[in-house]
Design a protein around this ligand. Structure first.
Ligand code: SAH
Length: 215
């Protein structure tokens, strides 16, 4: 999977290649589906695990903000795959925090992570996954060097901007049917620069009720 993404020029970073090889996607995808194909897979509750090329793209956009010791927040952590990648990159001195509003998916993510290369980080507490509304962020471990949002927001939630460290970067899909992957940089004076990376299609960042009703 990683070699294919390198071949097609999606993965250019050796660090991202290494972390995606270390965290086995096969442990995070429901059995019976093809974990190493480059496509999203349904995980129940009207949610999906993103395609590997999207995980790779987001990891590369955030790479400089995922250095050892840094704090990373993963909103809509779903299977926990990307949260585990973040945890390996920031290491035991850093903090990787997943927030997901479906409690069953939080339990599933923890089970998945326990089988993965990030298991010790979960046990030692530098990696944690919480039930919550990701639109509020997770103030406990703020400010964050890196914030990833794995579901599309109608607009960028203010609490997430507030919880971004000066010098920090957030990657977030924004829009309804047509969505743009936005890269939000907080400058050292606290001002914000936003640019569009690419067009994407994610499930919505919404309320639990709306999601379980099927949006
Ligand atoms: N990065 C995850 C993506 C899962 S899909 C992965 O690759 O496994 C998006 C996730 O966002 C779903 O699990 C959904 O339940 C969650 N979600 C949607 N709205 C949310 C909200 N308001 N708060 C927290 N999680 C939310």
């Amino acid at each position: 999977m990683v070699e294919r993404l390198q071949h097609f020029g999606v993965i250019t970073s050796s660090k991202v290649a290494e972390v995606m090889e270390t965290v086995d996607r096969g442990l995070f995808v429901p059995s019976g589906s093809a974990p190493y194909d480059d496509s999203p897979v349904a995980i129940g509750y009207n949610a999906t695990i993103s395609a590997p090329h999207m995980h790779a793209t987001c990891l590369q956009l955030l790479e400089e903000n995922l250095q050892p010791g840094m704090h990373a927040l993963d909103i809509g952590s779903g299977t926990g795959y990307l949260t585990a990648c973040f945890a390996l990159m920031v290491g035991p001195q850093g903090r990787a925090v997943g927030v997901e509003h479906i409690p069953e998916l939080v339990s599933l993510a923890k089970e998945n992570i326990q089988k993965s290369a990030a298991a010790t980080l979960l046990k030692d507490g530098s990696l944690s996954v919480h039930v919550g509304d990701g639109r509020e962020g997770w103030p406990e471990f703020a400010p964050y060097d890196a914030i990833h949002v794995g579901a599309a927001a109608p607009e960028i939630p203010q609490p997430l901007i507030d919880q971004l460290k000066p010098g920090g970067r957030m990657v977030i899909p924004v829009g309804n049917i047509f969505q743009d992957l936005k890269v939000v940089d907080k400058n050292s004076d606290g001002s914000i620069s936003v640019r569009t990376e690419t067009s994407v299609r994610y499930v919505p960042l919404t309320s639990r009720d709306a999601q379980l009703r099927g949006y």
